[in-house]
Design a protein around this ligand. Structure first.
Ligand code: DX5
Ligand code: ZN
Length: 222
C-alpha cells in the first residue's frame, strides 16, 4: 500500500489546526506542506511560521516541499520550525548538493524533486545522499491540476537506477492524484503520493483519505 500524504495547500486556511487534527485522526502519517516563493513558481503559499504553528498539534511527519529559487536561505528556518523531511528541486538556483548537506546538518531528511519536463537522470548524481525522491506529476505551483500520466514512467527508471546501486529510496509523486488514477500510480511504483484536492476537496476528508489508501493497495511490495 502506498503512503498517502495529504497536502495542506488544499486545506481550509481558516481552519488549519482542525484540518490537521482531522486528517491525522483519519490515519494520515505524513503531511505534505508546499512552500512557494512567487518566483520559482507563480504562486505564494506560507512560510516556516506555519510549520512552527502546526508542529505542536500533531505527530505527523512534516514533509516540506520547497518550491523556491533559493531554498538554501530558508532550510535552517524550516528545520528549526519542525520539518521532518525537506525537499528541494534539482531545477532551483541554489546548489542542490549544498542544500542536501545543509538539510542533513540540521538533522532533517533530504528529498530531491524533479518537475515534469526534467529527466530522472538529474537525480542520479545525488542518489545515496537523499532519503526521498519527489516526482512532480503536474507543473508545480497550484493544487487541483490534472495529472500528467507520462510522468509516472520516470518511477520505474528511478527505481531501477537505485536498485543497480543497491539503494532503496522511496519515490513520492505530487500532483493530480485522485481515486481514478491512484491505482495506476501505485502499479507504476509510487511508494508515496501527495493528495491535495482529492482529500481536502472532499466534504468527508477521512473517507476520501481512506478510499485513496485502499485503492493504492496493489498487493505489490516495492
Ligand atoms: C503543486 C503542489 C502539490 C499540490 C498537489 O505545485 O506541489 O503538492 O498540493 O495538489 P493536488 O493533489 O490537488 O494536485
Ligand atoms: Zn508539493
Amino acid at each position: 500500500m502506498a503512503v498517502i500524504a495529504p497536502s495542506l495547500l488544499s486545506a481550509d486556511f481558516t481552519r488549519m489546526g482542525e484540518e490537521v487534527r482531522e486528517i491525522e485522526s483519519a490515519g494520515a502519517r505524513v503531511l505534505h506542506i508546499d512552500i512557494m516563493d512567487g518566483h520559482f513558481v507563480p504562486n505564494l503559499t506560507f512560510g516556516y511560521s506555519m510549520v512552527k504553528a502546526l508542529r505542536p498539534l500533531t505527530d505527523m511527519i512534516f514533509d516540506v516541499h520547497l518550491m523556491m529559487t533559493d531554498p538554501i536561505n530558508y532550510i535552517e528556518d524550516f528545520a528549526k520550525a519542525g520539518s521532518d523531511v525537506i525537499t528541494v528541486h534539482t531545477e532551483c538556483r541554489s546548489d542542490a548538493g549544498q542544500c542536501i548537506d545543509l538539510i542533513h546538518r540540521c538533522g532533517v531528511k533530504a528529498g530531491l524533486s524533479i518537475k515534469p519536463k526534467t529527466a530522472p537522470d538529474a537525480l542520479f548524481p545525488y542518489l545515496g545522499r537523499i532519503e526521498q525522491i519527489l516526482v512532480m506529476t503536474v507543473e508545480p505551483g497550484f493544487g487541483g491540476q490534472s495529472m500528467i500520466p507520462e510522468c509516472l514512467d520516470k518511477i520505474a527508471v528511478i527505481h531501477s537506477e537505485c536498485a543497480s546501486r543497491g539503494l532503496t529510496v522511496p519515490v513520492m509523486i505530487d500532483g493530480g492524484v485522485n481515486a481514478s488514477n491512484v491505482q495506476t500510480a501505485a502499479k507504476a511504483g509510487a511508494d508515496m503520493m501527495v493528495a491535495g484536492n482529492a482529500v481536502f476537496g472532499a466534504k468527508d476528508r477521512a473517507a476520501a483519505f481512506r478510499e485513496l489508501c485502499g485503492l493504492s493497495d496493489t498487493g505489490l511490495i516495492h
